[in-house]
Design a protein around this ligand. Structure first.
Ligand code: SF4
Length: 258
């Protein structure tokens, strides 16, 4: 399965479930996924082998030029976007110039649509790096992934490329001191003969403990929405997601279900 891939550096604006009118900025190659994770539910399909050429990443100058051109066009057509969103064919923070591109984007946002938010969708794998952390602190909305309570389910669901400790990611997420939005996809099933379930009582309790440490602005929870690369996965019902959301509310943390 090849999955759904973006074929442009700047795409949209698209109508997003979570972000309203969202102008996408894809820092990964067009029509090719690069990611530090290989989530079993990824809408882009499986992550190709790690020999992906970073040289194929779009250059900062080109991104800036294309973004400005698009913003001028939207301005002329009186089409203000709600968000300028870093998303696309993989993990945006792996771009070596991510921090500088964020600064460029904030400057263009201020020039053309000062009311729009700058937003990053990230898998949290790079937030231990100071320059990534600081760049994420500069944007209006850092929406960071936390899909599991336990190390075991983290490894089974997100299939991180490098050895990653979930507890370290949680520790790094808590350094945002609440200036962060957590996104969690709930699912069950099997993959490679292993049980996949981040909805069990044990998992939910651990996940809630992580949220207590992180104290995010709010939590976005959602089920599988599109075809997934792993075949035997189950979409969690809206009723069950509401039950999970209620437990987050009881911690005094806002939750939105998508
Ligand atoms: S982190 Fe995002 S892009 Fe990367 S594999 Fe997971 S869902 Fe796909």
């Amino acid at each position: 399965m090849s999955g759904f891939l973006f074929h442009d550096i700047i795409f949209g604006p698209v109508r997003s479930r979570r972000l309203g009118s969202s102008l996408g900025i894809n820092l990964l190659p067009v029509a090719r996924k690069i990611c530090s994770f290989n989530c079993i539910y990824c809408e882009c399909g499986w992550t190709p082998n790690e020999d992906a050429e970073k040289s194929s990443l779009p250059k900062r100058e080109k991104i800036n030029h294309l973004l400005e051109k698009k913003l001028q066009e939207l301005k002329e057509n009186n089409m203000p976007p709600d968000n300028l969103t870093f998303a696309g064919n993989g993990e945006p923070t792996i771009h070596p110039e991510f921090d500088l591109i964020v600064k460029d984007t904030i400057a263009l946002r201020d020039k053309y649509f000062p009311k729009a938010s700058t937003t990053v969708l990230s898998n949290s794998s790079m937030i231990h790096e100071k320059k990534i952390f600081e760049a994420l602190k500069m944007v209006d909305k850092s929406i960071l992934k936390l899909d599991a309570g336990s190390q075991e389910q983290f490894e089974r669901i997100n299939l991180p490329h490098a050895q990653k400790k979930l507890e370290n990611i949680v520790g790094d997420l808590s350094k945002f001191k609440g200036d962060v939005i957590i996104q969690t996809l709930f699912l069950r099933g099997t993959h490679n003969d292993q049980s996949i379930d981040n909805t069990s009582e044990k998992e939910i309790q651990l996940w809630l403990q992580h949220l207590e440490k992180i104290k995010p602005q709010y939590v976005m929870i959602y089920p599988i929405d599109r075809k997934t690369p792993a075949k035997d996965l189950e979409k969690i019902s809206s009723e069950e997601l509401h039950q999970i959301a209620e437990r987050v509310h009881q911690l005094g943390i806002k939750t939105e279900i998508f």
